[in-house]
Design a protein around this ligand. Structure first.
Ligand code: HEC
Length: 151
């Protein structure tokens, strides 16, 4: 039994070591300052600071990659969240959106934060500063529907 356990432990360590040789691609594409959400939609400073604090790591090209984003297999999960997040909503490329599409993104953002789906729970765990207050949620939702209050 002990022998089996030792073999398993060695196998797990070997796999983890091997995994480090396959780092994911971690990019921060250049940001054109006139193309951003701040520049195009001109939201309040409060809203800008909320999305910077809680959303930018996955929904902009200004991702701050933490040290553990270099350690497989966590690195793969984080890189995937960023790729997926940017593909759906990228505050650094707001100029690419039609007015309708921009509104849709913001309505989606309001719904996601109101339901506590965003930022992702695992991100909130590692980034306590990204947890949103009811006031933050109201401010974000007010961008699309002023006067609307959280459920
Ligand atoms: C840790 C990374 C991460 C953070 C931080 C994060 N998101 Fe996301 N977001 C994702 C991923 C991954 C998806 C796509 C998968 C999903 O919907 O769960 C997504 C999807 C979305 C979508 C689109 C859903 C759709 O159906 O296309 C919206 C809107 C959104 N996020 C808003 C936000 C807002 C607003 C914040 C900040 C308050 C935020 N997210 C913070 C990773 C993140």
């Amino acid at each position: 039994m002990l022998r089996l356990f030792k073999i398993l432990a060695v196998a797990v360590v070997a796999l983890l070591v091997l995994a480090q040789f396959f780092p994911p691609v971690r990019t921060n594409p250049p940001v054109n300052p006139v193309a951003t959400f701040e520049a195009v939609a001109k939201p309040s400073q409060e809203v800008v600071s909320i999305v910077k604090r809680a959303c930018y790591d996955c929904h902009s090209n200004l991702t701050v990659w933490p040290w553990y984003s270099r350690v497989a297999p966590v690195s793969w999960l984080i890189a995937e969240d960023v790729t997926d997040g940017r593909a759906r909503l990228n505050f650094s490329q707001w100029n690419l959106l039609s007015q309708e599409a921009a509104k849709q993104r913001l309505t989606g953002a309001c719904e996601e934060v109101r339901d506590g789906e965003m930022p992702l729970w695992q991100y909130r765990l590692m980034h306590p500063e990204a947890r949103l207050t009811e006031q933050d949620v109201t401010a974000l939702c007010n961008v699309v529907s002023p006067g609307d209050t959280p459920r």
